[in-house]
Design a protein around this ligand. Structure first.
Ligand SMILES: Nc1nc2c(ncn2[C@@H]2O[C@H](COP(=O)(O)OP(=O)(O)O)[C@@H](O)[C@H]2O)c(=O)[nH]1
Ligand SMILES: Nc1ncnc2c1ncn2[C@@H]1O[C@H](COP(=O)(O)OP(=O)(O)O)[C@@H](O)[C@H]1O
Length: 221
């Protein structure tokens, strides 16, 4: 008599994608979200002014500095940091709810925020750092995106020097030359890391059943 086991379950993971401004992390994470409906995006709060193409509550929750400070003081932020002169933070509530519901959560945050979340939930984190293929391409992407002034672009390029030095803290590094190739690699990382976290308790039961069936099949032969 043969037996089968149901598909093993696993606990939710936190996928963090970081990069210097313009390397492509937003494009990559949006592709992933469009394809993988089970993934929950952590929507950050920020004091940065909204860009023309951004929607409040979809890309960020745009708040003033006072509201940000109140949220931080009340412990409502899982992590927070000052980046390019503005404050950014991850509201803790939605992340906790999504993880409790067994969903994976995607974060587009910088290295400072990544370090803070590492301290709290390292085993559940998968971190990916995205690098541009060259400085010329990074600058061209920031200019092509056409969302920021020349001054803001220069500031982001100046900050990129420090940001890229933190690549060593990440589990994976992707050089985003061709978008589709990089996206395919990001999905592979997610697949493997999901597999690693599968609940193995049912595997033990399946192996016991297989052993018993093998004994029965081969007994006396
Ligand atoms: N620590 C932290 N960083 C964030 C958060 N949200 C966004 N960031 C980072 O802030 C930086 C600036 O983001 P943004 O203003 O959207 O500019 P972009 O990187 O040019 O698209 C990026 O490195 C983001 O990953 C957050 O909640 N916490
Ligand atoms: N591999 C790529 N090749 C060419 N352009 C890209 C690539 N990845 C992203 N882009 C473009 O570069 C610009 C910056 O990408 P974005 O995702 O906004 O970067 P980030 O979120 O890291 O600041 C966007 O206009 C995007 O369409």
């Amino acid at each position: 008599m043969s037996s089968t086991a149901s598909v093993p379950q696993r606990r939710g993971l936190l996928l963090i994608v970081s990069s210097p401004s313009g390397a492509g992390k937003t494009t990559l994470t949006r592709l992933l979200l469009a394809e993988d409906k089970s993934m929950h995006l952590s929507i950050s709060v920020t004091t940065r002014p909204r860009r023309g193409s951004e929607i409040d509550g979809v890309h960020y929750r745009f708040i003033d500095a006072g509201t940000f400070e109140t949220m931080r003081e009340r412990g409502e932020l899982l992590e927070s940091a000052k980046v390019h002169g503005n404050y950014y933070g991850t509201p803790a509530g939605p992340v906790e709810e999504a993880l409790a519901a067994g969903r994976d959560v995607l974060f587009d945050i910088d290295w400072q925020g990544t370090m803070q979340i590492y301290n709290k939930m390292r085993p559940d984190i998968v971190s990916v750092f995205v690098l541009p293929p060259s400085v010329a391409e990074l600058k061209a992407r920031l200019e092509r995106r056409a969302e920021d002034s020349a001054e803001i672009i220069l500031q982001r390029l100046q900050n990129a020097r420090v940001e890229i030095s933190h690549w060593t803290k990440y589990d994976y590094v992707l050089v985003n030359t061709d978008l589709q190739t990089t996206y395919a690699k990001l999905k592979e990382i997610l697949d493997v890391e999901r597999m690693k976290r599968q609940d193995k308790s049912q595997v033990g039961q399946l192996v016991d059943t297989l052993k018993a069936d093998l004994d029965a099949l081969t007994r006396g032969r």
